[in-house]
Design a binder for this molecule. Structure first.
Ligand code: FAD
Length: 289
């Protein structure tokens, strides 16, 4: 069974790992080794492969996602953005994915390229992820997921606006949602409660990033508008020159977070691995153990 939506509701949480496509052939081999390592150690339900900012990794995403599913045998989901792409270009990418047996797509708008301040709608393309989702949903062989932002997307006017467009993505054909990384579960529970209150019942999978590097996580969270609880922030900054302690704190926090999420009904966990297996393995080993 490779359609991700069919994995939910079986009584077991759905675990997934996210990777980005490496730039070189050596990097691709190293990534395959990491995926194999994670498969043997914790056997995730599926893995996902990101699409470079501005749609820059079309071929690499397709190659990596295809190798993971067809050579390693793990169901794989391709991220796909509509930034800087015409409908024809998007269709070409999707045709290639489908030809490789990839049915699962995380449909996204994407961020504007670095030299552009605001998102510009490409001529002959889509303005929002919801338009991409509606376009893909005509192909019944696809299982489509979308992104959600429990603390709000940085461009959203307010939480209500954000909720409205998240619901729109589901109405257009997204069958599950994967969230931006969260460090405080209450954001996730409040967000899902508001969705449920609007009659939206698709699985909402929280995004987990075990902290391994203080400067990096400070940069990511600032960019995405995500909050780190002050007690955790204080603790990790106290050890910022001691990588082993930072990793231990990050893993400990992620384990606590994941236990609470699963105990209170989250349908699964999506790990942002940054292409490394150690921290994610540590968290999942504790959860499964
Ligand atoms: C799980 C996850 C995976 C990701 N993977 C990638 C990746 O692989 N590659 C990549 O480049 N980026 C990725 N991103 C980042 C994502 O591309 C950015 O956050 C981007 O800015 C928004 O994408 P979206 O699909 O949420 O867009 P949208 O749903 O289009 O939302 C963008 C903004 O527009 C608003 N909006 C949405 N629809 C409408 C509408 N119809 N009218 C008016 N306003 C609207 C939303 O509220 C939001 O503020 C990922 C994000 C997440 C959470």
């Amino acid at each position: 069974m490779t359609r991700i939506i069919d994995r939910f509701g079986t009584g077991s949480p759905v675990f997934s790992f996210e990777f980005f496509p490496p730039k070189s052939d050596e990097g691709a081999e190293a990534l395959m080794a990491t995926v194999l390592d994670l498969q043997e150690a914790v056997n995730p339900d599926y893995v996902s492969v990101t699409y470079g900012a501005g749609g820059t990794t079309r071929e690499r995403t397709q190659q990596v996602v295809s190798r993971i599913q067809n050579q390693i045998g793990l169901p794989a989901m391709a991220h796909l953005t509509c930034v800087a792409a015409t409908v024809g270009e998007i269709d070409e990418v999707v045709n290639r994915l489908v030809a490789d047996g990839i049915e699962n797509i995380l449909a996204l708008r994407g961020d504007p390229p670095k030299d552009q301040k605001n998102f510009q709608v490409p001529e002959g393309g889509f303005a929002h992820a919801s338009e991409l989702i509606a376009h893909l949903a005509r192909r019944k062989e696809l299982c489509i997921g979308a992104a959600a932002y429990p603390e709000g997307h940085p461009e959203s006017a307010d939480a209500q606006d954000d909720l409205r467009w998240t619901i729109h993505k589901v109405e257009q054909g997204a069958s599950f949602l994967v969230t931006q990384m969260i460090f405080d579960n209450e954001h996730y529970f409040r967000f899902t409660e508001r969705l449920r209150g609007c009659g939206v019942h698709v699985p909402v999978v929280p995004g987990i990033m075990p902290i391994t590097n203080v400067a990096q996580i400070d940069r990511f969270t600032k960019m995405c508008g995500v909050e780190i609880p002050s007690s955790l922030s204080k603790r990790m900054h106290g050890y910022q020159d001691d990588p082993a302690s930072v990793m231990a704190i990050g893993i400990e926090h992620a384990i606590e977070q994941c236990r609470d999420l699963l105990a209170r009904g989250a349908p699964g966990l999506h790990f942002y691995t940054l292409n490394r297996s150690l921290a994610t393995r540590g968290v999942l080993a504790a959860l499964k153990g």
